[in-house]
Write a protein that binds this ligand. Structure first.
Ligand code: T46
Length: 171
């Protein structure tokens, strides 16, 4: 008897290809590509009732990788910026639970500024996207789900090194 694959089964089927060639991998059905390559917007699910809103990020429905780490950016002083790097392999889903910030993305060719100010919106970044975070509103809480545990050797922290790596990959 045929049945539709669950989001988790679809994920298991499609994810190995995405890991092997993230620059070629199809955009997940629930994600919208941004102008910057390898960057997408995802609407999280919201369950509203009189007690408030419950916002969900679930594997295969909004989250395109298995999260092995969560970190958050909080108490960022006014005028401070964060980021200024790219990741060689790490995938991330970023969202702002409270407040607002500008996410400035760059794929080596195209730059795009995205204002994140809605807890129901997330940005999915595949590997090799340069990012900077700036213009944090006071009290902003930014949460990041990451596909791997922390590994400093995955970072490209100079823009020149990032461009060299893109050239080496032929992207
Ligand atoms: C990213 C943006 C959005 C750890 O020891 N463990 C961790 O999990 C992380 C994320 C960082 N660190 C150390 C590495 C540095 O010595 O914490 C220090 C500050 O990290 P960093 O300067 O990379 O922080 P941000 O805010 O510039 O970047 C972070 C993430 O590192 C990065 O992956 O995409 O947030």
């Amino acid at each position: 008897m045929r049945r539709d694959l669950s989001p988790a089964e679809l994920f298991d089927r499609e994810y190995p290809a995405a890991r092997k060639a993230p620059h070629l991998a199809p955009v997940p059905s629930y994600a919208r590509p941004l102008d910057v390559r390898r960057a997408m917007e995802v609407d999280l699910s919201v369950i509203r009732d009189q007690r408030g809103d419950l916002v969900v990020a679930e594997l295969g429905k909004h989250l395109p990788f298995v999260a092995r780490r969560m970190y958050s950016l909080v108490r960022v002083p006014e005028g401070e910026a964060r980021g200024g790097h790219a990741h060689k392999e790490l995938e991330q889903l970023l969202f702002v639970l409270h407040g607002a910030l500008d996410l400035v993305l760059d794929d080596g060719v195209t730059q795009q500024r995205v204002r994140l100010d809605d807890p129901e919106k997330a940005i999915y970044l595949r590997p090799m996207v340069w990012r900077e975070l700036e213009h944090f509103a006071p009290g902003t809480v930014c949460v990041v789900l990451a596909s791997e545990v922390y590994d400093e050797s995955d970072y490209l922290r100079s823009y020149d090194a990032y461009r060299d790596e893109l050239a080496a990959l032929g992207w």
